[in-house]
Design a protein around this ligand. Structure first.
Ligand code: PLP
Length: 424
């Protein structure tokens, strides 16, 4: 539902913030002291699109290229051995970070999009048949919709989607109705990037698996903000992106349950993914190598490892608490502005706020905010079915990270007020 904002009658009393040494944290992120648009202090509230990088990540990448660069798994020379060991150690780190059973359940990809396409084209293309169904939801990012629509077209399977309620939550009765013995895979976002809804994936995964379906969780928006344990979630696949996790672009992760990965055919072929090649035929290496054809993004893997170290040093519980305080403050202050309607008011939400301002196009709100040095996203957020569900062309989305501050929320509030005055 689109909830009407109410005019503020009295200044809201800000709730107390939990403690996080945010100034010390901000000092680790060089870009946060940049100025933009003719000297304005940057207020970066577009973290759901991509997050900023601490110097520890930037330095890890620079260190690799300055003193350690070599291809992995190929040479017997010193640098190659070191790069290979560091690459393998990063895989172990990711496995631990996500609660995987073993490093061999972690496949490095270019990002969430590639991880989901890998599952669709490897598992889906080889397993789905006419009569089978893939169930997704109406709040998925296009990355967790289009690959399933395509593989259903390729195999004759049927694509279905769980509708969402006016609050922006999944319609659980519809989920139970749509789930059947024909459902081969349930694809669900852990956190909606358009609404901020946190889905009850553990419960949904248990229900889907009880009907014999595999479960894929799109964790692009959850892994950076909450502790994830894939064995506790009970999913078969989990995908996330390094660049949203304070790491570099060009690196992502697919967790896959070992027995399922073992049975999946390759989806890209070439070097490093084979066991033996003759001119007649080839056989495949075991996972994860089977799914990592060609030279992988080695420096980016080093950067991802450093990002995980950084996030763990701050602590995901502390991050979650800080971001939840930011969300409460933003919901209260922005939601109270005249003409503002919040889009997505789920009971469980991650730290992002989607909204529209009556009579003002979201792009115009975004332009006014940008003028003030405030970076938000205005658009359909690669979730056009969500916009269609709410009858909107676009929303403004402010998305927070643990380096954002209460002051920055106040800057957002002033910017939205200004947009109303300029365009309203
Ligand atoms: N899934 C969700 C929920 C997202 O928010 C995004 C990116 O915004 C993606 C998938 C795609 O991630 P990437 O572009 O890093 O592959």
């Amino acid at each position: 539902m689109v909830v009407s904002g109410v005019a503020a009658t009295a200044p809201p009393i800000p709730p107390p913030f939990t403690s996080l040494d945010v100034e010390r944290i901000r000092a680790d992120f060089p870009i946060l002291s940049e100025t933009v648009r003719g000297g304005r202090r940057l207020v970066y509230l577009d973290n759901a699109a991509t997050s900023q990088k601490p110097r520890q990540v930037i330095e890890a990448i620079s260190r690799f290229y300055s003193g350690e660069n070599a291809n992995i798994h190929r040479g017997l020379h010193y640098l190659s051995e070191r790069a290979t060991a560091a690459y393998d150690a990063a895989r172990e780190k990711v496995a631990r970070f996500l609660g995987a059973g073993a490093p061999s359940e972690i496949v490095f990809t270019r990002g969430t999009t590639e991880a989901i396409n890998l599952v669709a084209q490897s598992w889906g293309r080889s397993s789905l048949r006419p009569g089978d169904e893939v169930l997704a939801t109406g709040m998925e990012h296009h990355a967790n919709l289009v690959p399933w629509q395509v593989v259903c077209e390729q195999t004759g399977a049927t694509f279905r989607a769980v509708p969402i309620t006016d609050r922006g939550e999944l319609d659980l009765e519809a989920f139970d109705r749509l789930l059947s013995d024909r459902t081969r895979l349930f694809a669900v976002g852990h956190v909606s990037n358009a609404l901020g809804t946190v889905n009850p994936v553990r419960d949904l995964a248990a229900r889907a698996r009880a009907r014999g379906a595999l479960v894929l969780v799109d964790g692009a928006q959850s892994a950076p903000h909450m502790a994830v344990d894939v064995s506790e979630l009970g999913c078969d696949f989990f995908a996330c992106s390094g660049h949203k996790l304070f790491g570099p672009t060009g690196i992502g992760v697919l967790y896959g349950r070992q027995s399922i990965l073992d049975a999946m055919p390759p989806w890209q072929t070439g070097g490093d993914m084979i066991e033996r090649v003759t001119l007649e035929r080839s056989t495949w290496a075991a996972p994860p190598a089977r799914f990592e054809a060609g030279t992988p993004p080695i420096a980016e893997v080093m950067g991802l490892g450093a990002a995980i170290d950084y996030v763990e040093s701050v602590g995901l519980d502390a991050i979650g608490q800080w971001e939840s305080d930011l969300l409460s403050r933003a919901t209260e202050l922005v939601g109270a502005l005249p003409g503002v309607r919040l889009v997505g008011t789920a009971r469980a939400k991650a730290a992002m706020l989607s909204f529209v301002l009556d009579g003002v196009h979201p792009h115009d709100v975004g332009t006014v905010l940008d003028d003030e040095g405030i970076a938000v996203r205005a658009g359909h957020h690669c979730a056009q079915p969500v916009m269609q569900r709410f009858g909107l062309p676009a929303t403004v989305r402010a998305s927070f990270a643990f380096y954002n501050t209460p002051d920055e929320i106040e800057a957002l509030v002033r910017g939205v007020e200004r947009a109303r005055k300029v365009f309203g």
